[in-house]
Design a binder for this molecule. Structure first.
Ligand code: BYC
Length: 308
């Protein structure tokens, strides 16, 4: 069978494309773009929460937050490894991120202003991430789909720890509840933007759906997220900052108000509140870690020489 026909057969039969299989160049490029962006998001996403590790209100909360941030580093590693199976080098992907030529999720360009943001990121940001990533466990590319299985398990713990943190705040003083409300007021709309532009404005969705890289469209995932989250906000006794939000009996879904796409594109293109700081911090960490990478490589080379 000719390689393109074999590729299509694997896609049609819901099997997985593996690194040694033939694949169209566009398929490879799309995967590299998406997996690299995803990996960068995990690594840059450590910063907004890392900012609060020293200020966590108890040892217990500090231990949870450190474990979560460490998990994000691990997700970055699995994803860079998955990208490498497509023939790119991890260091080159880092370089593209540092030069501003690669994107990462818009959500991480917003500041974390209060402790309630730690709960809200877990609940909304990790909640949006799981909604999106569960479909990616069914992605047609084997290494990406397998990495997503483990990542989703960890994201699910992250989401629950965030929600539990907010339950505690909402059961606390008026001041604590107000802090939680303020956090939701700031994070709600950026969380909806995580799913990307509307399907009608998404250049990649159609082809990515055909290749079974994406299994659900941006708008359908966003709707799933809203439907799941509104009852959770009700349980917390918090208000979602959208006057147009209401249950639509006919559709069996919540209707919600328009998203500010100008803000979305401004943030994606580098002019969000924290874009510059995030990339500067990332570059500094990379430079300061040079000696660690050099030492690890020297050690690995020595082990190899000894084994030989
Ligand atoms: N932010 O045609 P579209 C986490 C870009 S981290 C920035 O719909 P696609 C966590 C898009 O890349 C989880 N850019 O694209 C970590 C494209 O740009 P280019 C992050 C965005 O790829 C730490 C253009 O807009 N999750 O959970 O079909 C702590 C057109 O869009 C965004 C992932 O990365 C955005 N929000 O669909 C806590 C999931 N949205 O390259 C939590 C994997 C769109 O053409 N990625 N763009 O210049 C995906 O599932 C898909 O890439 C997307 C976008 C649904 C995000």
């Amino acid at each position: 069978m000719a390689p393109p026909a074999r590729f299509q057969e694997i896609i049609d039969s819901e099997s997985k494309i593996e690194p040694s299989d033939w694949m169209p160049e566009g398929y490879r490029k799309t995967l590299i773009r998406q997996i690299a962006q995803h990996a960068h998001s995990e690594v840059i996403g450590m910063q907004p929460e890392g900012n609060w590790i020293t200020r966590a209100p108890s040892l217990h909360r500090k231990a949870i937050l450190m474990a979560k941030v460490q998990d994000e580093a691990g997700h970055g590693l699995y994803l860079y490894s998955a990208a490498e199976t497509l023939g790119v080098k991890r260091n080159d992907l880092q370089e593209l991120l540092h030069q501003g030529k690669h994107k990462y999720s818009s959500i991480f360009n917003y500041p974390t202003l209060s402790w309630a943001d730690m709960g809200t990121i877990g609940w909304l940001v990790d909640g949006a991430a799981i909604t999106n990533q569960v479909m990616l466990t069914r992605c047609s590319y084997g290494p990406y789909s397998r990495a997503m299985v483990r990542i989703c398990k960890e994201e699910s713990f992250h989401q629950r720890q965030g929600y539990e943190l907010l339950i505690r705040l909402c059961q606390g003083s008026e001041e604590q509840k107000a802090m939680a409300q303020d956090a939701i007021d700031r994070w709600w709309w950026p969380s909806l933007m995580m799913f990307g532009p509307n399907d009608s404005d998404s250049p990649h969705t159609e082809q990515s759906m055909a290749w079974k890289i994406k299994r659900v469209t941006n708008d359908d995932l966003r709707q799933q997220f809203v439907d799941m989250t509104v009852p959770q906000a009700d349980y917390l006794g918090l208000r979602i900052p959208d006057p147009d939000l209401k249950w639509n009996e006919e559709r069996g879904h919540y209707d919600f108000g328009p998203i500010d796409w100008e803000e979305f594109w401004r943030v994606v293109r580098g002019s969000g509140p924290m874009n510059r700081d995030r990339v500067e911090h990332k570059k500094r960490a990379w430079d300061e870690g040079t000696w660690v990478r050099e030492a690890a490589s020297a050690h690995a080379a020595k082990q190899q020489r000894r084994a030989a």
